[in-house]
Design a protein around this ligand. Structure first.
Ligand code: SF4
Length: 382
């Protein structure tokens, strides 16, 4: 940790945030004193007047934190809150991904409307918290007769690759993308003056399929409390003139696209990033073995393999629909048996499971594994 401590600032920060350390201190809520809970009415009428033009609010605000950035590394948050000039450009690839998400968001909302959702766009929101102002722009507020029982809920739209979207649909966004839940919870507090149910909508970019997952209010409130704990911590440090330690390991992939990477220095790769356990000779021998095997191995994506799989699925569906599950046929003088074998299986309604079971319990039941795939391709000639 580095930085300077000024006595006056220290006293002021302590009066606002209490004494250090913050680890076991209760987390203050972000409800502005002027607010009262609104009565449940139409989406557009539910919003509260949270204008910061009120002099008593503007007068005490000295730093801004973006709600969408709340899960970024604390050091980056501190740089942004102190309005330090970024030292680097965000790489084009990362900007492209962000832009893609922005372009797709209206289409995701359109898909939701076609599926019976009522979706309203939202203006920017602000949430004062002591001398900090949290600012953000919710993706919208939506309601569905079944999914939200007709009640308006903040929606957070995310577009992902197919594999990441499917993973989120399977284990729930509270596990795969808890930052989205925290973000939606902050918007919910800013819009309604309380944390209500929130909905995280995850769309697979490549297939256009999406799933809207409702996070019940009690769990969204926990996410909100976690976010506010970070806000309080960052407020305490910045107002004391301190810059937090990097929250990510040296050379972390997130650091490679950080706009403060040169200033921070944490993006540089460590000198010995790790050893794979093979000598160069062993690696060469393994690669030769793979190339030899690959030349004679059948390709699973070959047209013949695809045709065989497609015919097999069709025959299976046919035998199941006849109720016989078996058949016999002669082709070109040769007899063939066809038989569908069945064994009992279970399937889990992941939507219901994720909604009913808290993420800590789910963690003990649905175990995370890492699927590693090795791809070896010829080096392209330059
Ligand atoms: S380079 Fe990494 S550690 Fe440094 S501010 Fe950026 S994200 Fe944080």
């Amino acid at each position: 940790m580095m930085g300077t401590n000024d006595t006056k600032t220290k006293e002021m920060v302590a009066s606002l945030y209490g004494p250090e350390p913050v680890a076991s201190a209760p987390v203050p809520t972000a409800v502005a004193p002027e607010r009262t809970a609104p009565a449940p009415v139409a989406v557009s009428e539910e919003k509260r007047d949270l204008s910061l033009d009120r002099p008593n609010v503007r007068a005490v605000v000295s730093m801004e934190v973006r709600m969408s950035g709340i899960d970024q590394c604390m050091r980056r948050l501190a740089y942004e809150a102190k309005e330090i000039e970024p030292s680097d450009e965000i790489p084009t690839r990362n900007r492209a991904l962000m832009e893609m998400g922005n372009y797709l968001e209206p289409l995701v909302k359109q898909l939701m409307r076609e599926d019976g959702w009522e979706v309203a766009n939202e203006e920017a929101v602000e949430l004062p918290h002591g001398r900090i102002i949290l600012t953000g722009h919710p993706d919208g507020v939506a309601r569905h007769p079944v999914k939200t029982s007709g009640a308006p809920a903040v929606i957070e739209v995310k577009t992902r690759s197919v594999s990441m979207a499917e993973y989120a649909w399977e284990v729930g966004v509270e596990r795969t993308h808890p930052e989205s839940v925290r973000q939606a919870a902050l918007y919910s507090m800013a819009l309604f003056g309380e944390v209500r149910d929130v909905v995280v909508v995850t769309m697979a970019r490549d297939s256009g399929e999406y799933k809207a997952e409702r996070i019940p209010a009690d769990r969204a409130k926990e996410a909100f409390d976690g976010a506010m704990k970070r806000v309080t911590e960052i407020g305490r440090m910045v107002l004391r003139g301190e810059i937090p330690e990097p929250e990510r390991p040296q050379g972390d992939s997130h650091c490679q696209s950080c706009p403060f990477r040169t200033l921070c220095g944490n993006a540089e790769m460590p000198e010995n990033p790790g050893e794979g356990g093979l000598t160069d000779e062993e690696l060469e021998a393994q690669l030769k073995a793979w190339i030899d095997a690959n030349s004679s191995a059948p390709k699973t994506s070959s047209p013949a393999t695809k045709a065989k799989k497609a015919a097999s699925e069709t025959i299976k569906a046919h035998l199941v629909s006849t109720g016989e599950l078996a058949g016999e046929m002669v082709i070109d003088g040769k007899g063939w048996n066809m038989k569908v074998s069945e064994k009992p299986a279970v399937s889990i309604d992941m939507d219901a499971f994720n909604e009913l079971v808290a993420p800590e319990v789910r963690e003990q039941v649905v175990l995370e594994t890492v699927r590693r795939t090795l791809r070896i391709t010829p080096v392209k000639k330059k």
